[in-house]
Design a protein around this ligand. Structure first.
Ligand SMILES: N[C@@H](CCC(=O)N[C@@H](CS)C(=O)NCC(=O)O)C(=O)O
Length: 234
């Protein structure tokens, strides 16, 4: 095992934080989970991620690493005794990175506003885009998994982590917007993969319950509203 204390700065509902936690579990790394308080940023966070000031931050041997997918790749390269997270074949690795970038740049941002009462037209557009994205990811699953259980083959890999960390929020968005997105008929492989992913030992207990996420989402909206209404501080 590589030397050095491992800390993860995060917050339980964050899908980006969940990615890092799954990767650490896959490699059986002991770490301290340092929970940030919602609405404030600790000194340690500001010092460790001065550019984006966002969670997650992995601190290994006093060195901070930021950005969830960078963290997952770091964990894979440092703790080499555990199972590989990124595919070993360069082409498969490039494809896994391509789809992970698609998830972060297109799929998740297209549906992040769902269930927030942004109006019927906006909701309909977001639902269409989310469904189209899942159909593309269904095709990607068929190609990447090559008939196996996960995008990464027999075991959870990079793309499984990149998408799977959003499953809690996907369920919460479905309930908030009263719509089915991960459809067993339109995206059967992905629907079955999601069940397998959530019950994997490296993931169990990390994907928050739907209702807990909905409560959190309501709290955030109320907090943002109060912040917008508050007079500016001098
Ligand atoms: N691209 C970043 C996104 C991280 C991110 O958006 N983190 C959120 C929590 S889910 C955050 O820290 N937000 C605080 C802020 O925006 O000030 C990653 O992959 O790590």
């Amino acid at each position: 095992m590589p030397e050095g204390e491992v800390k993860l700065l995060g917050l339980w509902p964050s899908p980006f934080v969940i990615r890092a936690r799954i990767a650490l579990n896959l490699k059986s790394v002991d770490y301290e989970f340092v929970e940030e308080k919602f609405g404030t940023k600790s000194e340690l966070l500001l010092r460790s991620n001065p550019v984006h000031k966002k969670i997650p931050v992995l601190i290994h041997d006093n060195q901070p690493i930021c950005e969830s997918l960078v963290i997952v790749q770091y964990i894979d390269q440092v703790w080499t005794s555990g199972p590989s997270i990124l595919p070993s074949d360069p082409y498969d690795r490039a494809i896994a990175r391509f789809w992970a970038a698609y998830i972060d740049d297109k799929w998740w941002p297209s549906m992040v506003g769902l269930g927030k009462g942004l109006g019927q037209d906006a909701e309909a557009t977001m639902i269409d885009e989310a469904r189209r994205g899942l159909e593309l990811l269904e095709e990607a699953f068929i190609k990447c998994s090559k008939g196996k259980a996960f995008f990464g083959g027999e075991r959870i890999g990079y793309l499984d982590i990149a998408l799977g960390a959003f499953l809690g929020w996907l369920g919460a968005k479905e309930k908030m917007a009263d719509v089915k997105l991960l459809d067993e008929e339109k995206t059967p492989h992905l629907a079955q993969w999601a069940q397998r992913f959530k019950s994997d030992p490296a993931v169990k207990g990390l994907i928050p319950e739907t209702d807990r996420l909905i409560e959190f989402a309501k709290m955030v909206q109320a907090w943002l509203k109060a912040k917008a209404a508050a007079p500016p501080t001098q």
